[in-house]
Design a protein around this ligand. Structure first.
Ligand SMILES: *Cc1c(COP(=O)(O)O)cnc(C)c1O
Length: 359
């Protein structure tokens, strides 16, 4: 029996995708082998990776002057790739809206001057700071954001005013959750294990002019974007199986109606949960209403023992992984694309029952 899985990542995937992958496990379309067992240089695999890129380009309407790279190392390795490939002046502006932004900022400091131009640390990252007029240095190479803050449940609903500088965005936990205008960014990237596929793949969408040989001295061959771009993400063995599953998820999203439909689906789910939280006497959402994420919804009762009891009883009721991140406590429901509306309804019904029994 499958549970409703509210994990922040690795996270729920569409059942249709899992079933299809299961059907193709022993014999992928007459090749007599699984995708895990085939050469990444084979004709069958070439089709898989090319199709995946094409479907992603269709979904996100990616302009021709952007490359799509399928990489490894997690979003965390990309924290270093950004300065290695982009810090020509050795200076960048970081907006600190949570742990992932902070980690990226700390990583960038290894390579140059990374300036924290705004932060919401003063209120436990429960809001997005005003980014309309930041002190961005004239010679900054880029401005960096974490667009959806997985741990704290905030989302940039308006991109920062970068004063003409290139914008780099970590979208790990909001990838493909809604339409985006790719042309507003220099780099969009994310680990796929939150909303798109299995762990082990990072997708990066990079404006072509940023892909050059002019990288910081000492940049490893593998971490140089040009190496990956020149070889269509096949410089070495890519995370083949993970890319294959991502490709299936892209097709699933297309079938569901694309990113507009995903956004409507996600808004509907989030509204059910936030409306309940805002009306509840026991549970409270922790994020300022205008900055709330559609993907990650943290909430608390205000009583740690009661929080623990809730998580335990929810698990027994088939609602799994509702414990908040270890750094913040409380609860967090991650309601990514593949979480059905029934899952959110079941969660709210359970919360109502718990509230009645515990107040
Ligand atoms: C999970 C997460 C990361 C880290 O991803 P890894 O693939 O584990 O390195 C980075 N940024 C955001 C926004 C995340 O949610």
């Amino acid at each position: 029996m499958r549970v409703y899985n509210f994990s922040a990542g690795p996270a729920v995937l569409p059942e249709e995708v899992l079933k299809e992958a299961a059907d193709e496990m022993m014999d992928y379309r007459g090749t007599g082998m699984s995708v895990m067992e085939m050469s990444h240089r084979s004709k069958a695999y070439d089709e898989i990776i090319k199709d995946a890129e094409k479907d992603l380009r269709d979904l996100m309407n990616i302009p021709d002057n952007y490359k799509v790279l399928f990489l490894q190392g997690g979003a965390s390795q990309f924290f270093a790739e950004v300065p290695m490939n982009m810090m020509k002046n050795k200076k960048a502006a970081y907006i600190i809206t949570g742990q992932w932004a902070k980690k990226a900022w700390q990583e960038a400091k290894i390579y140059g001057e990374a300036i924290d131009v705004a932060s919401s640390a003063d209120k436990t990252f429960s809001y997005i700071p005003d980014c309309s007029d930041l002190a961005i240095p004239e010679d900054a190479d880029y401005v960096y954001i974490c667009e959806n803050n997985t741990i704290y449940g905030t989302k940039f609903w308006q991109l920062p005013n970068t004063k003409g500088k290139d914008l780099v965005s970590d979208v790990s936990s909001c990838f493909l959750s809604e339409p985006v205008d790719v042309s507003k960014y220099a780099v969009i990237y994310g680990g796929v294990q939150k909303n798109v596929g299995p762990a082990g793949v990072v997708i990066a969408i990079i404006r072509e002019d940023l892909i050059t040989d002019d990288v910081l001295p000492g940049t490893p061959t593998m971490l140089k974007w040009k190496t990956q771009a020149d070889n269509d993400s096949l410089y070495n063995t890519p995370p083949c199986y993970g890319i294959y599953i991502c490709g299936k998820v892209f097709k699933w999203i297309k079938k569901m109606g694309g990113l507009e439909a995903m956004k409507a689906h996600n808004e509907k789910k989030a509204k059910i949960l936030y409306d309940f939280l805002d009306s509840s006497k026991l549970f409270k959402a922790t994020v300022r209403p205008e900055d709330r994420s559609l993907m990650n919804v943290p909430f608390v009762t205000g009583n740690e023992e009661l929080d623990a009891k809730f998580v335990k009883e929810a698990k027994a009721a088939g609602l799994e992984n509702l414990k908040g991140h270890r750094s913040v406590g409380g609860m967090r429901a991650s309601i990514y694309n593949a979480m059905p509306i029934e899952g959110v309804e079941a969660l709210v019904a359970f919360m109502k029952k718990f509230e009645e029994e515990n107040s």
